[in-house]
Design a binder for this molecule. Structure first.
Ligand code: ADP
Ligand code: MG
Length: 367
């Protein structure tokens, strides 16, 4: 089911005696979700992800704009008539019902012709339970389950009606790291198996990058960029997106372009074409540094962290916006920690330039 958001806006009026300012939680959001895709809605806390999801679900009414499922304008439909499945961070299971009764619940609520027979209901409940592999837990109460198991029950409950659209709001946030990884792979598998168009909300860039066909990056209610995860990582359109994706995050410097060279402080670190002389922000991905004895970019070495797969070199540079600069290099390199200084050359496609005012990306060609 293709989902279309057209100029979707949600304004929460300021309340109280000292009338607070209105909050525009979702600001003129327009995008299409292709049928059968999993979209990661990504951004920092408070950027409007849950509000967007709740507009799609019908739990909230938009201040302006339309929502379409396929050709169907669902903007004025109540949630129960939209054909959606919802999963929240806090599972929201009925504690006094067994797992089976919890999953059964949405079916029992169906009225008239939509209500399946008893046998059909049983079949659907076991199919949904099978998808998330909890057939062995059907007679337990939620209190007798681990967090991961509870979340699987919540997912089964959302799937049992075979929704047109599956909406997941930070579904993995309450799980520990290992379970989070496992459950996210499972959500991906289920989504592929069922082909249900899915919107997955998270503030965790790694989670969104790894699970999504496409990510939508939001800030302050406004969509910043939409694209395939790798494409957005490799071609961020502005400094916010560039900094938000990637771990360790991108290093940001104040620099300038002068006569075809990029300067950080007094050092010309890269030759480039197509960018006019100006002050810029320079973003360098941690993997964009290459250890080189006579490299053009020098930093003060603070320390080295061996992470198993690679080495993090922590250093300082006067042009850096952040207190430290972090370079990630392969373990086949050795860093002499006796040295005070360390020198790098830069990988040009891991270096990004941004306008100092608008923070929009400035494109250039490396020489
Ligand atoms: P996210 O899910 O990305 O963390 P939300 O969509 O929950 O963000 O919130 C977006 C903004 O809207 C925040 O500034 C939040 O404080 C505000 N907001 C959310 N719900 C309400 C509400 N019911 N009343 C007023 N403001 C709200
Ligand atoms: Mg939220």
């Amino acid at each position: 089911m293709e989902v279309t958001l057209q100029n979707l806006t949600k304004k929460f009026p300021g309340r109280g005696r000292k009338k607070r300012e209105d909050v525009i939680a979702v600001n003129d959001v327009t995008f299409k979700i292709p049928d059968g895709e999993l979209i990661g809605l990504l951004g920092p806390s408070g950027c409007g992800k849950s509000t967007t999801l709740n507009l799609i679900s019908g739990l909230l009414k938009p201040s302006a704009g339309r929502i379409l499922f396929g050709e169907d304008d669902v903007t004025d439909l109540p949630p129960e008539n939209r054909g959606i499945g919802l999963v929240f961070q806090n599972y929201a299971l009925y504690p006094h019902l067994t797992v089976k009764q919890n999953i059964l619940f949405p079916l029992q609520n169906l009225k008239g012709e939509a209500r399946p027979s008893r046998e059909e209901m049983q079949k659907k409940v076991y199919e949904a339970a099978g998808l998330v592999q909890i057939e062995d837990l059907m007679d337990r109460k939620p209190g007798e389950l681990s967090g991961g198991q509870q979340q699987r029950v919540a997912i089964a409950r959302a799937l049992v009606k075979m929704p047109r659209v599956l909406l997941l709001d930070e579904p993995l946030s309450n799980l520990d790291a290992r379970l989070r990884l496992q459950t996210r792979e499972e959500i991906r598998r289920i989504q592929r198996e069922t082909g249900i168009t899915t919107i997955f909300v998270t503030h965790d860039q790694e989670e969104a990058m790894s699970i999504s066909d496409r990510i939508v990056v939001m800030k302050d209610g406004i969509v910043q960029q939409i694209g395939r995860p790798q494409q957005v990582y490799d071609n961020p359109e502005n400094l916010f997106v560039a900094k938000f994706l990637g771990n360790p995050p991108m290093n940001v410097f104040e620099g300038r372009v002068k006569e075809g060279r990029l300067y950080l402080g007094e050092e010309a670190v890269l030759n480039l074409k197509g960018a006019a002389d100006r002050k810029v922000y320079v973003g360098i991905r941690p993997e964009g540094f290459v250890l080189q004895e006579k490299g053009p970019f020098s930093c003060e070495l603070s320390g080295v962290e061996v992470m198993g797969r690679d080495i993090s070199v922590v250093c300082k540079n006067a042009s850096s916006v952040n207190p430290t600069v972090r370079a990630v290099i392969g373990t086949d390199h050795e860093v002499d920690t006796e040295n005070d200084m360390i020198r790098f050359s830069l990988v040009s496609h891991k270096v990004f330039l941004f306008d100092r005012e608008t923070e929009e990306r400035i494109c250039f060609e490396a020489e």
